[in-house]
Design a protein around this ligand. Structure first.
Ligand SMILES: [Zn+2]
Length: 372
């Protein structure tokens, strides 16, 4: 199908402040390198780039409690450690090396949330059909707790912001880690569908995201999870995506698509055990783009997410995604890995068997036919 439209990208130096420590795996440099690669290839000429603004407390409050925001604010000060009792700090998720207390983290994360809200505003108001916030995708943050490198959940705030004027929102999360925060925030909301494809929680943080997590009450069926086996490479990953995402989106009929595009599924990623290549990214981008046009009149908010091979993978994966968004995949074709990374034969069989079993489990849990 023909796809066209105005694209917006949110980018500014404010995103570089989300740096939780010197040796933290989530370095904002990966976002800067992505934007540089997009510009080197001339892809930014087909989009409008806008500076992020800070999300207001009211906007952050769409998904986080006032008490939690207050703790983050106090910890954000230069002497933040001394401003919050240890027990409160631990309860808010700041007692783990994943989420160290970082000066300025409130403002830094408010800029990321602001970027995702701006992306939502643009596609809702019609200023753009598609909008990309490469710094976004902080999907582990919970209502009252930081988790998994995430302080505020920008994806969930954007989805909640879109809910207010009456959208039916589909959040699709392809990060190698389960989108647990986003799922939890909308677990009882039938107007928000969350779909997450991720390495199984048996082997990887956060340990959740099984097919029987389908939503609560009236939202039963509005949460979908497909766990994936370690060593999964391009062919079964794409088969899994194609078996789950298009049919569930067509059944739900969203009016806006919000995607978390973590690229830590790659074989070179140091934090997980899948073996995808960058060849999945043009396919992911094309699917999201076509589904947004088919179901949502084009409305598509894309965010970044995980991805810890900062130089080798992240800029290539997200530039390939963006190239599909602006409909110039040919300009980024050189960023596709020359060869996929399939494991040896025995592991390949295990991966397919695991996928068939969990896809059956998901189809049964949702009572929807889903086939490879
Ligand atoms: Zn991740």
């Amino acid at each position: 199908m023909a796809v066209s439209g105005v694209v917006r990208m949110v980018w500014g130096e404010a995103f570089m402040a989300y740096r939780l420590s010197d040796d933290h795996p989530l370095q904002p440099l990966r976002v800067k390198l992505t934007v540089e690669r997009i510009r080197e290839l001339g892809l930014d000429a087909f989009a409008e780039t806008v500076e992020p603004r800070l999300a207001s407390e009211e906007e952050i409050g769409l998904c986080h409690s006032p008490g939690y925001i207050d703790v983050v604010r106090r910890l954000s000060a230069a002497d933040g450690h001394r401003r919050v009792p240890m027990a409160d700090m631990a309860e808010a998720g700041f007692a783990s090396p994943d989420n160290p207390v970082a000066p300025g983290m409130h403002e830094a994360c408010a800029a990321i949330v602001g970027g995702s809200v701006m992306a939502a505003e643009a596609v809702h108001g019609g200023a753009a059909l598609h909008a990309f916030n490469p710094a976004g995708g902080l999907h582990h943050a919970m209502r009252e707790r930081a988790s998994g490198f995430c302080v505020y959940n920008d994806i969930a705030v954007a989805a909640a912001w879109l809910r207010a004027p009456g959208h039916r929102v589909a959040c699709v999360d392809v990060d190698v880690h389960h989108g647990d925060g986003t799922q939890a925030l909308f677990y009882a909301d039938p107007e928000v569908l969350t779909i997450s494809l991720h390495e199984s929680g048996r082997y990887l943080f956060p340990g959740t995201g099984f097919p029987d997590e389908t939503g609560a009450g009236a939202a039963r069926g509005a949460s979908a999870n497909l766990p994936l086996a370690p060593f999964m490479w391009d062919e079964p990953w794409l088969a899994a995506f194609e078996a789950v995402v298009p049919p569930l989106l067509r059944r739900f009929r969203p009016t806006v698509l919000v995607t978390q595009d973590g690229c830590d599924t790659h074989a070179l990623d140091p934090l997980a055990h899948l073996q995808a290549s960058t060849a999945i990214w043009p396919r992911i981008g094309r699917h999201f783009h076509e589904l947004a046009h088919e179901l949502c009149e084009g409305r598509w908010v894309a965010c970044g997410g995980g991805g810890y091979a900062i130089r080798e993978v992240v800029p290539r994966a997200w530039t390939l995604l963006f190239a599909e968004m602006v409909e110039h995949p040919e300009l980024a074709a050189e960023l596709v890995d020359a060869e996929p990374f399939p494991p040896e034969a025995e592991a390949r069989e295990r991966v397919w068997a695991f996928l068939e079993r969990d896809l059956r489990g998901l189809a049964g849990a949702l009572q929807v036919p889903l086939r490879l």
